[in-house]
Design a protein around this ligand. Sequence first.
Ligand SMILES: [Cu+2]
Length: 397
Amino acid sequence: MRLRRVVPVALVALALAACDNPPPAGETGEQATGSSARSPVARVDPATLPVIDAELGVPPRAAPPTRRRAPAKVVVRLEVREVEQEIADGSRYMFWTFGGTVPGPMVRVRRGDFVELHLMNHPDNTMPHNIDLHAVTGPGGGATSSFTAPGHQTQFSFQALNAGVYVYHCATAPVGMHVGNGMYGLIVVEPDEGYPAVDREYYVMQGDFYTTGDYREPGLQPFDLERAIDEDPAYVLFNGRDGALVGDNALTARTGETVRLFFGNGGPNLTSSFHVIGEIFDRVFNEGGTTVVNDVQTTSIPAGGAAIVDFGVEVPGTYVLVDHALMRAFNKGAVGMLRVDGDEDRVVYTGQEVDEAYLGDYAPAALAARPNADGGAAGFAQGERTFIGTCAVSQCE
Ligand SMILES: [Cu+2]
């Protein structure tokens, strides 16, 4: 079932001519999520607000919707951990992280909220760190207020003035190295009316990694600065590990459901051409902002940017998330999976209907003129090798 799109563009134009109210969220192409997205946010007195501890999302689980219609003081606690863990089977890397995961925890607040952010730098760490949240209006996005040595904690607060999906990252010099080691995550600022409801929400971020060894080379792999400067990653990954969303770790859904991906790109260098093989994004909150674009095949996510992609799933099977700059997908790790279970819909997609011999100019009449032809056997064999070589990797069906 496709996502609901009930208001034709022409009707919206008439409505706009009749009054100044923008159309409702997500109902037509190229529009905002609602009037609240652009109206000035109401200033608040933090002392009068209810205090809420943020419920963070641990990837690939998204943080839950706020389900609030009034501002609150939201307390967010992020702990920096420097952790050595696998970047691929048998390959290890010293990640610098928010919360021990790549990406760090997903923060979700509502526009107008007053956010009190605590940054703790674990005493076992070796480096100072800080945080720049792209949702912050203020110098450094908070970085200038949060430089934190190991064994220290800092605090600053901000009001979320703009709705959208925003990257946060460490901004301690050398910034590219801190980000390249995995120090990024998403903070979602819901518009006043929230986002349209869906059945499942997931949290995925792409990142490029620069190890001395090449892709899947075993052992502990140091960061390679020259490689990073050359923008020549050994890995391009979803959620910080080769295969993080593959096999038993695949995202899941059932036919008839709607799926939302909060998709961010930590970089530090590469722009993602984000695509889900076999699906069409019914609705994209373009660049993480409040403009909705419908019917998108591949959406461009810059380093330090994000988007929301929504789509309904109608046909069971495995859908492969990729950076459609495909060498990154099949040679550097930028592959994930969404496994959809449920009933077949043989009208939306029939599955294979015919598989039989095709002789082309090897048909008997033509073959008579080619006495040494093998009847197409060599061509069949080559075609089979090509199919297996392609689809065995992508697991296409
Ligand atoms: Cu850092």
